[in-house]
Design a protein around this ligand. Sequence first.
Ligand code: PEP
Length: 250
Amino acid sequence: MRRPLLAGNWKMHYGVSEGVALVEALSADLTDLTDRDVLVCPPFTLLGSLAPLLDGTAVALGAQNMHYETKGAFTGEIAPNMLKELGCSYVILGHSERRQYFGETDELINRKAHAALANGLKPIVCVGEVKAERDSGQAESVVVGQLRGSLAGLSAEQLRSVVIAYEPVWAIGTGDTATPADAQAIHARIRAELAALSDQATADAIIIQYGGSVKPDNVDELMAQPDIDGALVGGASLKAADFIRIVRFK
Ligand code: PEP
């Protein structure tokens, strides 16, 4: 029922020539996918060069962040309509690195989510607890709070265009992955909360990705969980062979 979404978050890596080589390798290989969606989210500076290369391929284009206004005096910021014009269909919002290093709050992420949807972009809304919160048994309550804040005021119809990425912060870039069972438990809780925010049919239609040190050797067991509908992949999305293997999870 849900089409898995495998997404690569390149973070602040790669210039044009490396980015072109990576998307050419991905699009040349991933020509036979019928049951899953693939997305790459390069730095802003590559979007204009990569969009024409991805046009007509199985690989969609997304951005890693955006502002919530469509224009104005916001030096250094990028508007949602600018991303749309360049060919983006998704935008990552509220990644833990943005929450941690740039002070992004649920309220700000909520404004961005509304703006993304108003401009025809599908937001990938990231949630996840830090290590101390997990160790003190607060993982679920932290994630539920982030969901309620980030998704406030969205209709059921809008929620169907939202992707949730559960990314335990302690698992990002560390090589430590949540066990499939622990990840599944949080994903099920997220889906229950999405049902409370809308209705069960809507919650059942929403893609919930797992992120945090997803690699070729752990993707299969994560994707086997009933409420894990895809992956948001950082480090392993920078190498064509690794990301292709992740996309081709069994
Ligand atoms: C991420 O940045 O969203 C991420 C999950 O990174 P990594 O796969 O490197 O842990």
